[in-house]
Structures are given as C-alpha cells and as structure tokens.
Design a protein around this ligand. Sequence first.
Ligand code: SAM
Ligand code: SF4
Length: 347
Amino acid sequence: MMTREELTAVLGAPLGEAANDRELFAAAVEVRNRTVGDRVYLRGLIELSNRCRKNCLYCGIRRGHLGVERYELTDEQVLAAAERAWRSGYGSVVIQAGERTDGAFTERVERLVGRMKTLSNGELGITLSLGEQSRETYRRWFAAGVHRYLLRIETSSPELYARIHPADHDYDRRLECLRALREEGYQVGTGVMIGLPGQTVESLADDLLFFKALDIDMCGMGPYIEAPGTPLAAVEAPFSRAERLQLALRMIALLRLSMPDINIASTTALHALHPQGRELGVAAGANVMMPNLTPEAVRGDYKLYDNKPLQDMDLQGFNVALDNGWGDSRHFALRRLNVCVSAESQK
Ligand code: SAM
Ligand code: SF4
C-alpha cells in the first residue's frame, strides 16, 4: 500500500495535465485485468423512491428541498425493471432510494426482494443502497435474499462529515452501520464524494487508507456536483468540475492499485461531468457500471445533482459480462475462504 505522502503526491500533481495520468491509469488497468478480469459487470439501477427523512446538505432530494416532486415506484414497476435486468443478462440489480426506516418501508423492501428472487428463479443478485438502518433491518433484508449493500461514508474525515451534514447526522453511526453490515454477512461497499467544499487532497488520500483499513469489498465514488437549491451548492468548491473529474479518475486508479480484487464502480456522476465519463472510469480501473432501469417518467425526479444523465446507457464499446452470475466481489470470496481455512486449521 502506498503511504499517505505517496497518495497525496499523486492526487496533488498539477491538475489539467491529463497526459501525466496515463501511466497511472495503464498500471491500474493492468492490475484489474490480471486480478478481476477485463470485463465490466452490470447492475441494473432501480431508484425506488426519492422520499427521504434525511437532510444532507449536498443532496438534491434532501427532505428540505421543497421543489422536488416526490414519487414512489409501484411494486409492478420495480418488478418489471428487475425482470428486464434479469432477462438482459445483467446478473444483478441495485435498489436505491432516499432513507426511510418505518416498518411499512422495511416490510415492502423485504417483500420486493422475495418477489425478485422468485421471478428470476433465484438467479438475480440484489444490492441495496437504502441508507442507515437498524441491525435488525439489515438482518431481515439479508435473510430475504440481499447480499450486497452500498453505504458511502461520503468522506472519511469526521470534521468534514460534520460540515456537510446537519447536526443530527452522525459519522460514528455511519461507521457502526458499515460494521453491522459486515457482521450480518453482506458484501460491503462504501465510497466518497470527490471535490467537496473544504476537502483537500490529503483528505482524499485518507479516504483511500480508510477503504483499505475497513477492508471493503466494493467501492462507488464519484465527483461531487452541486445540486441547485441545496445549502452546499452556495459554498465555493475548491476544484473546478473538470478538476473533480480528473481527481475522481485518479482516486479510482489508486484504489485499484491498493485493493486489486475489489469491485469498483464507474459512477453516473462521472458521466454527468463528461459525455464519456463512464468510459474514462473503466479506463482508470473500474469494473462495474449501473445502467439506469428506473421508469423514464420519474427518472428526472431522482435528481441528486446538476446535469444528472437521464438517458439509457449505451453499452456499445464496453466489454460487458452478460449471463455471468452476480459478478460478486472477488475480495469478499477470498476473505470468506480465508476465514473457513483458518477455522478448519484450528480444529
Ligand atoms: N439515501 C441513501 C444514502 O444516502 O446512502 C442512498 C441514496 S443517496 C442519493 C446515494 C449517494 O448519492 C450518496 O451516498 C451521495 O454520495 C450521492 N450524492 C448525493 N448528492 C450528491 C451530489 N450533490 N454530488 C454527488 N453525489 C451525490
Ligand atoms: Fe437522503 Fe441519501 Fe440524499 Fe442524504 S444522500 S438526503 S440520505 S437520499
């Protein structure tokens, strides 16, 4: 693993000189191809609802953002999207939404997971990204058939975390959730936003060390993009949008080099900043993409930030892995194997 100083030096190299990054990206791609292969795994993204009980200062669907038309997909819409993913050979879906913790929501997700498993003969893999929940809820959803969970730490700096969230949001609580997910048996994914107001390259280097220390299985990180009408959009960001894109690509490449066998997503926010953003993410070492399967009529209402792409993803030109299982994290599989081997050797 590179040291904090080495990571900072790479991240802090003059921005705008993309040619300097070529060697870094080539090294990351070589490591990816050697460890997890050269194909890109697909997860169909289903944005279940934009209702949220939280008020994160950066997010376009925060509770306090009154201009947002709130929606909730029907069961039929969710199941149709899941079936489309399965029939298209994607292997898995990600269900994402604003955070809700009420009993009706917990039960609905549990029921939907069961029905998605049934309609796909148990073949469809299911990832959730539904925020902070109680251990009991995580346990119930896991028992229903979910096996991966994405919960971004947003920034590994507790001070910066406090500055981009209202006072009732708690960094330690988020860490506890990440630990609970691991203990409940999930493949755990986290990530950060890159280029936040108040963020430095040293802090981004710390994010990479944080991922390693947490031994994550998956990562989804991308540039921070202002969401008009949110409190954070009024605060000047330290990097231009072009610089954030470049920093995000450096982060992907450095993470691939430090954690070769995890799954790393080429995120929608990259595409929001550049028409070939997802391609650039893959060319920097990512191996997962999430085509949006949310019904088009409401896609525009899940507007986390400015310029979020609404069109279907063009998969041409990508070496995608279709009909190829869930595309699980190799890192997770190896950790589980190691646990079994050491338990066996202690007998
Ligand atoms: N509510 C769940 C949660 O917060 O984990 C899942 C949905 S939330 C919209 C998914 C991610 O969107 C967040 O983790 C955050 O990193 C990202 N996001 C929100 N606002 C953003 C912005 N302005 N720019 C970039 N990413 C943003
Ligand atoms: Fe809600 Fe997630 Fe947006 Fe925070 S980031 S306001 S929890 S949807």
